[in-house]
Ligand binder design. Structure first.
Ligand code: ADP
Ligand code: ZN
Length: 596
């Protein structure tokens, strides 16, 4: 058995490495540099934690996420590793005692905020460094959204400590970012490990918006009762409204957005991390570096601005590898609103074009009739096969020939423009097609148009679907403050009959794709024990003031609930039960099993 595998088993209680972990870890143990691209939940932490435990000296971890250092240190201490951090939140006394422990060779891992590197350099010189780990390495990229100027200094590591191996890690996928990281961190000679970006345990589902809050509530009640999750909204107001709605319906939910007091924000974040089954309703300001492994669902109530953003946000679900849901409800109004935001945004034309292209890619994902995962991974340059675990795979949408409705809509737009120099948004155009005598129709005499009432063969909801899908296929475009619809260069091929338009049928009811919640997937017999174990874990976490997952992850509790161990030896074979935790909790757990 290699030393790495021994640590994996004894300290972390896992039986085998995942994906490329073994190769990465061996590279660093042997003193080599590594650049690691792995999706969220892929298991990056072990890639530097195990070499830090195996090599002589302390592994120094550079991380920008100061707020999370305490939890990382707690999680390591819980498995018996010696870890500490140095950042600006500490008093001089606290810092001094950490420094002493480091110099005395009493630390396996030391977390360091990047801005402390310069002041800590002399200290590091006087101790023994096992390796440098550069977490969230994409922060060095000036073009990315998470740029941290202090990260540029990290090239200094190699100049000052040329013989110490370095490992840089990120979940950001694009080729360009990878090149930039290698260059700026002086890691062009490093071994590169690029994992698949697939997250097979996440079920992707996208449905059209009818009554979004009710749709959300039904998702939470039927599939995710008692589960922790994140709900993303675009605006602060809708965050507040949604959190209140959930609480009124008996679901523990907290708001998180930039308009809240710092103290409220950080208390809500910490409750989300610590309490079981909490739902966080947030703007996208929330989530970076959130390590909570048992987030069972990520729900979007508004259309994300880009596929990258969507993938990053949904990636926060199911880091522990257990089944999880990524659910999105979107409607035509989302497209109109985002288009308006782009049209009125600052920046030059090229910038707005780029935003527009992001939105188009997101729309195409929403309206695809193919496997969502194939589209998502394809977006990141990865070829894959239909996954069997997304809504379109589980309940393939019917398609229908929408050429004639498309022609009716497009020609209404063309006529209004040509004959009257008028442009309108989707609502009014659909009223015309349906032949509704609204005040506006009467006022402008639109009932005399040749296309008035020619679209009564399909419903209003279906018409909105037609509009969305034409937008997604680039056969229509939306503009300006009022979301007016205009034709595109490609529209003429539809009007002339040269191009057929295939559309997906609007799903009349909730998709059959729905899976049972994680707890519900346990055999019926194991459920009561799983619930007692959860309760025991909550009490234990509360007493220690740490997040529940630091005591044990869901995967471990499930393992215990299913196998019902009766001896410490049996208990020790369950995933996530290492030596330290076996000693600390073993008897108590056997007691819970015996009592249930
Ligand atoms: P990342 O930092 O890449 O998002 P983490 O390092 O937080 O992912 O790991 C995600 C989860 O997977 C954690 O709960 C971790 O304990 C678990 N994990 C990692 N590697 C293994 C393994 N080899 N076997 C079992 N569980 C693992
Ligand atoms: Zn699929």
């Amino acid at each position: 058995m290699t030393p790495a595998l021994a640590v994996l088993e004894k300290t972390f209680g896992y039986s085998s490495f995942r994906g490329q972990q073994a190769d990465i870890i061996q590279t660093v143990i042997d003193g080599g540099d590594a650049l690691v691209l792995m999706p969220t939940g892929g298991g990056k932490s072990l890639c530097y934690q195990i070499p830090s435990l195996v090599r002589e000296g302390t592994g120094v971890v550079i991380s920008p996420l100061i707020a999370l250092m305490q939890d990382q240190v707690d999680a390591l201490s819980a498995v018996g590793a010696r870890a500490a951090f140095l950042n600006s939140t500490q008093s001089p006394d606290e810092r001094r005692s950490v420094e002493q422990a480091f110099l005395a060779g009493e630390l396996d891992l030391l977390y360091l905020a990047p801005e402390r590197l310069r002041s800590a350099a002399d200290l590091l010189d006087r101790g023994t460094i096992a390796l440098f780990a550069i977490d969230e390495a994409h922060c060095v990229s000036q073009w990315g959204h998470d740029f941290r100027p202090e990260y540029l200094q990290l090239s200094l590591l190699h100049e000052r400590w040329p013989s110490v191996p370095r490992i840089a890690l990120t979940a950001t996928a694009t080729e360009q970012t990878r090149r930039e990281i290698a260059q700026r961190l002086d890691l062009t000679g490093a071994s590169q490990f690029v994992s698949s970006f697939d997250r097979p345990n996440i079920q992707y589902r996208i449905e059209s918006k009818a009554q979004p809050l009710q749709q959300l509530l039904s998702l939470l009640r039927t599939e995710h009762a008692g589960d922790a999750g994140i709900v993303y909204c675009l605006s602060r107001a809708s965050v507040e409204k949604t959190a209140e709605f959930l609480r009124d319906n008996g679901i523990p939910a907290l708001p998180y957005h930039a308009g809240l007091d710092t103290a409220v924000r950080s208390s809500n974040q910490s409750r989300f991390l610590r309490e079981d089954g909490m739902v966080m309703v947030a703007t996208i300001a929330f989530g970076m570096g959130i390590d909570k492994p048992d987030v069972r669902f990520v729900a979007h109530l508004d259309l994300p601005k880009s596929v990258e953003g969507y993938y990053q946000e949904t990636g926060r679900a199911g880091r522990d590898g257990l089944p999880s849901t990524a659910w999105l409800a979107y409607g035509l109004q989302d497209v109109v609103q985002q288009r308006r935001m782009i049209d009125t945004s600052e920046g030059d034309l090229a910038h707005r074009r780029r935003l527009g292209a992001h939105l188009d890619a997101m729309l195409a994902l929403c309206e695809t009739v193919e496997c969502r995962r194939v589209q998502l991974l394809g977006y990141f340059g990865q070829v894959s096969e239909a996954c069997g675990n997304c809504d379109t795979c589980l309940a393939p949408p019917e398609t229908w020939d929408g050429t004639i409705p498309a022609q009716k809509l497009l020609s209404t737009i063309v006529r209004l423009k040509r004959e009257r120099n008028q442009s309108y948004g989707a609502g009014h155009l659909v009223d015309i097609l349906l032949g509704k005598q609204t005040p506006r129709v009467t006022q402008y005499g639109h009932d005399s148009l040749a296309t008035f009432g020619i679209g009564q063969d399909i419903s209003e909801a279906e018409w909105r679907g037609v509009v969305r899908q034409l937008l997604a296929q680039g056969l229509l475009s939306v503009e300006g403050e009022y979301g007016i619809l205009v034709i595109t260069d490609a529209s003429s091929t539809v009007l002339s009959g040269a191009r057929k338009v295939m559309l997906r049928r609007e799903a009349p009811k909730r998709s059959k794709a729905a899976k049972k919640a994680v707890a519900a997937q346990l055999p019926e017999l194991a459920l009561p024990l799983f619930e007692s174990l959860r309760a025991w874990r909550s009490a234990e976490a509360l007493a220690q003031g740490v997040p529940a997952y630091i005591v044990f992850g869901d995967a471990t509790l499930r393992g215990i609930a299913v196998t019902r161990p009766t001896s410490l030896e049996e208990l020790g074979t369950i995933t996530g039960v290492g030596e330290k935790k076996l000693e600390q909790y073993g008897e108590a757990l056997l007691g819970v099993v015996a009592a249930a």
